[in-house]
Design a protein around this ligand. Structure first.
Ligand SMILES: [Zn+2]
Length: 268
């Protein structure tokens, strides 16, 4: 049995499977790793792009949006990859409850995973809102303003500060999403880490929560992680290769029914 076949068997046995996706899943879809040596953080100083600087000054926001004008088109141009498609298919067939993600690109939803099944710990780059009147804006609309020469977007309705839905450096993670992610981690009997090195919190403790509560822990990542030693299965490979193989096995199995728990959060 190959490691991917073993993972497929674990999905088939699981009562409630939860996956946790990280940057590795996005890079496979062509989104650059901003932390890589030739990534944007080699040209911009991350220390300038904090929540405090964004909220605290027009200059901080000007720098933020100058960076966003470069990075957002890369996110917009990306398309769902084999991992995104496999997860959507597994959910549709009843093998996957939900996906906790560190990614902000919205590709899980674009692949067909229902939005209420995706818990975005770091927010979503495709949406923004006014901090004063809460008016929502599509990032596409704001990007058009930036391209037209606006340096610091302000809310057309009230003149307030527009902030993307992403979690900035130094900003707290959305409390409701975090709570739900922890609840799902504890409810899972299979917890699969895909493309995360588990060095950024809360990445490091969600899998541990799941395992403490009795879940089997599987880690699929190109590099080693701090939790490899305690995982039930470690697959040192691309998530695309692994999840395509998992889906190939389960696509022939009978779809599962009735695996959905009743305490799903309502989409906001
Ligand atoms: Zn407003």
């Amino acid at each position: 049995m190959t490691p991917a076949e073993r993972l497929a068997a674990l999905f088939a046995e699981a009562r409630l499977a939860v996956v946790f996706t990280g940057a590795g899943v996005s890079t496979e879809s062509g989104i650059p790793d901003f932390r890589s040596p030739d990534g944007v953080w080699a040209r911009f100083d991350p220390a300038e792009f904090t929540y405090r600087n964004f909220i605290g000054s027009v200059e901080g926001r000007r720098r933020y949006w100058a960076l966003g004008r470069i990075t957002y088109p890369l996110i917009r141009a990306a398309t769902p990859g084999p991992t995104h498609r496999a997860l959507a298919a597994l959910h549709e067939r009843g093998y996957l409850d939900s996906c906790i993600t560190q990614n902000i690109d919205g590709l899980h939803q674009r692949a067909g995973l229902p939005a209420e099944r995706v818990l975005e710990l770091h927010g979503n780059a495709t949406r923004a809102r006014c901090l004063d009147c809460a008016a929502p804006y599509a990032r596409d609309e704001i990007h058009a303003w930036l391209e037209a020469g606006v340096e610091v977007p302000a809310c057309p309705a009230c003149g307030g500060v527009i902030k993307p839905f992403t979690v900035l450096f130094g900003e707290a993670m959305p409390a409701g999403v975090m709570q739900e992610a922890e609840r799902r981690a504890r409810a899972a009997d299979l917890f699969v880490v895909l493309g995360s090195s588990l060095v950024v919190y809360p990445a490091a403790y969600l899998p541990a929560h799941a395992q403490h509560a009795g879940a089997r822990l599987v880690i699929v990542n190109l590099e080693s992680t701090p939790l490899d030693a305690r995982a039930d299965l470690v697959i040192r490979d691309r998530t695309a290769t692994t999840m395509a193989a998992v889906l190939a096995v389960l696509a022939h199995a009978v779809p599962r029914q009735g695996a959905t728990p009743s305490w799903l959060p309502t989409p906001s």
